[in-house]
Design a protein around this ligand. Sequence first.
Ligand code: HEM
Length: 213
Amino acid sequence: MAAPSKATGFHLKLREGTQQLHDQAEAGDLQDKMVNGTLSKEEFTSFIAQMKLVHAALEPALTSASTGDNRIEKIFDEDHIRIGKIEQDLVDLEWEGDITPLPATERFVNYVHEKIDTNPIALVGVLYVEEGATNGNKYIAKKLIPALGLGEGKALGFLDPHGDEQRAKWNAFKETLNELDLTEEEEATCVESAQETFRMIMNISNELSAANV
Ligand code: HEM
């Protein structure tokens, strides 16, 4: 991949704290198949369906947390609400019916609910991973969507929610991260929740891979 961009401040802590987990995530089975364009439409649809359940919990949690904490309000905005885009992906992928959460998805949803009750600032770490992942997902989209034979612009809502603005939005997000007035302890909490988010997403990916062997 391209050389990583420079990082400072709180963003640097998040990046350094999750670098190793990122290396593992890039090498995950599901991610490998995505990049190689060998993931089937059914497997991709199952992944997007699980992401819908995650976002259906995370976005209302962040919306509610931003009313109680102006730091969360500062970093979380409507660009991060992508449930509608994910639902459109499922339409593009011709998904119909209910979605059964995987055990790992349930754990992620429970984690979000627990944080909103006990320590909402931790959700900034979750948001960092969701937003940061748009960097790699944009690249994945270029490989996977044509390989799946989907029409141009189809099923990109989760992978590439910002389109041409992805780089600018990621740069702005990183700047805002560094302007948040968090204590050392709160920053450490967010690094921990970012680490946990990587693990939870990879657990979902691994459960999906295991279901398809
Ligand atoms: C094949 C899979 C993946 C590829 C190729 C990939 C690639 C990339 C690239 C190129 C960047 C940008 C680095 C920069 O501009 O400095 C990035 C950043 C990031 N990715 Fe991934 N990624 C993958 C999977 C994932 C997954 C599964 C997650 C989350 C679970 C994730 C989370 C992140 C985060 C949080 C960042 C931001 C790092 C920072 O703070 O600079 N990535 N990824």
